[in-house]
Design a protein around this ligand. Structure first.
Ligand code: HEM
Length: 506
């Protein structure tokens, strides 16, 4: 009997779901199967945006699908996202919780995946304190160092830009979070912090583990046949703990020895006046610092990679931006943050990069905390709500000719008004109370990269791994994260003076 208990419970929960569903008025969506619902059609890491867009064409702005006993709503328009994730953010700001990913593996304690509540608020308060402009300005020096190292690396090995971008964004985040200066691309700290990449990618896919749909399976003993998932979870949890602990112990020792460099962690622990690990605030500091790395490295690197792809593909835009930089900066010094207000076209390029190739094409799923009604449809508490960011940022009504990279769309028109909506507010950084917690740092790093790379190099002829010219229209990524495809292109220094300046910095 005990063997069948999980299945009896599963059937009971599905029966309750079906009974409830009959009474609810839900938005349209694809027809599912009994018990599993649309589980087989849910795109997971395959064809995410294409599937959502197909459903949007068929069913409209708000689509309902069922994942076993869970209600999933896909929002396909800016209006729906604005009405729900922004205007009703008090009830649309939690995250879906999965047994394997959140509880067993331990990712549920990270800022990004915490449910809405006091703990999450504490994390966001820490972020807000350290992510204001003044706090970021203190780290300008390390951003300049990282970008100059990037330029030298590109000069020396121009075909390995993706690696260089990752090292640059990683070293900025490490300086900011822990005051740690990464020595090179193979610094051992990267191995520790990246050790869970594969486990994360596997477990974030909804339904990847049966225990998510049959929760009682979490209690089967580790030796039970088929319980390998428990070993996998335990190993991941250990690595996650190590990646949080190692930098914390280092900063703690440095603070005690009086030689800690300024950093988020050093500042926060000093303000708290304790490094006692049983203290909840100290725990929050550890998690938040870890979130800097996990949420801030690949995202920023991928955005910069998408930017140079755009420059190689749209040479007239690149030339126009370089003219703006030459007029303000010249060729005898590096661009600086102080130049920003005199370079409006660069700001427009930053916005257009985030619209053209949004790194999270389906943001991250939100979830609801109470029952709600929208346009006559019922949205029960605990529903998963997914914004179709790709569709919103490629909507021709808001952004005409959406596949064309055209920064001018964000510059004032002849009446002085801004033509099109700022994508950093319409989806590239997400929505409502869960909007990206690191967006000020991301904005500063990406801006500096755009300004300095355009000042330093010409980019041309982007080609894929087989040497084929890249399509100027970026295709929707297959999964939920936009990693620009691997490409190479010709990258040449723009002048002898610039090349000499880059080498001099070495
Ligand atoms: C260009 C680079 C970046 C992009 C495009 C980006 C985008 C996003 C998006 C779309 C979300 C989901 C928002 C939602 O659920 O509605 C998010 C969340 C988050 N981001 Fe970023 N991000 C970037 C860089 C960073 C950096 C540098 C950091 C930290 C140093 C960071 C920290 C976070 C955190 C902690 C969250 C979770 C917020 C929460 O759940 O409350 N991000 N980001």
């Amino acid at each position: 009997m005990a063997t069948y208990l999980p299945f009896i419970l599963l059937l009971a929960s599905i029966f309750i779901y079906e009974l409830r569903k009959r009474r609810l008025k839900l938005p349209p969506g694809p027809k599912g199967l009994p018990i599993v619902g649309n589980w087989f059609q849910l795109p997971a890491q395959r064809e995410t945006v294409k599937t959502y867009n197909r459903w949007a064409e068929q069913y409209g702005d708000i689509v309902h699908v069922k994942d076993f006993g869970r209600y999933v709503f896909i929002l396909n328009s800016l209006k729906a996202v604005d009405d729900l994730l922004e205007k009703r953010s008090n009830i649309y700001s939690s995250r879906p919780q999965f047994i394997m990913f959140h509880k067993l593996m331990g990712f549920g304690e990270t800022t990004t995946f915490l449910p809405y509540g006091d703990k999450w608020r504490k994390h966001r308060t820490l972020f807000n304190q350290q992510m204001n402009k003044r706090a970021i300005d203190q780290f300008e020096g390390s951003q300049y160092e990282a970008i100059e190292e990037l330029l030298r690396s590109i000069l020396n090995s121009p075909t390995r830009t993706h690696e260089h971008f990752r090292h640059m964004t990683g070293s900025i985040v490490l300086r900011f979070a822990y005051g740690y200066k990464a020595k090179a691309k193979d610094d051992p700290i990267y191995g520790v912090l990246n050790s869970n990449g594969a486990a994360f990618a596997r477990a974030i896919i909804p339904g990847a583990f049966l225990v998510d749909n049959i929760p009682i399976l979490r209690y089967v003993p580790d030796w039970f046949p088929g319980a390998e998932f428990k070993k996998f979870a335990t190993e991941t949890r250990k690595r996650l703990q190590h990646s949080r602990e190692l930098p914390f112990q280092t900063v703690k020792a440095e603070l005690r020895a009086g030689n800690a460099s300024p950093s988020f962690m050093a500042n926060a622990l000093t303000e708290l006046g304790t490094d006692d690990e049983s203290n909840e605030d100290v725990q929050a500091v550890k998690w938040v610092a870890n979130a800097f790395w996990a949420a801030g490295t690949d995202t920023t690197a991928a955005t910069i990679a998408a930017f140079i792809q755009a420059m190689g593909t749209f040479p007239a835009t690149m030339k126009k931006a370089q003219k703006e930089i030459d007029d303000v900066v010249g060729h005898t010094r590096f661009p600086e943050f102080n130049d920003r207000s005199a370079l409006p076209y660069l700001d427009a390029i930053l916005k257009e990069t985030m619209r053209w190739a949004p790194i999270f094409p389906a943001a991250l799923p939100h979830s609801t905390t109470v029952d709600d009604v929208y346009e006559g449809y019922q949205i029960p508490a605990g529903s998963i709500v997914i914004p179709n960011v790709w569709r919103i940022l490629k909507d021709p009504e808001t952004y005409p000719d959406p596949s064309v990279f055209r920064p001018e769309r964000f510059l004032p028109d002849e009446n002085g008004g801004i033509c099109e909506k700022d994508p950093t507010l319409t989806g590239a950084f997400g929505y409502g109370r869960r909007i990206c917690a690191g967006k000020n740092l991301a904005d500063a790093t990406v801006w500096l990269a755009i300004a300095t790379l355009l000042w330093a190099f010409d980019f041309s002829d982007p080609r894929d791994e087989n040497g084929k010219k890249l399509d100027p229209k970026v295709p929707p990524p297959p999964g939920a994260f936009f990693a620009p495809q691997k490409y190479t292109m010709d990258i040449t220094p723009r002048s002898k003076e610039i090349e000499a300046l880059i080498r001099e910095g070495a």
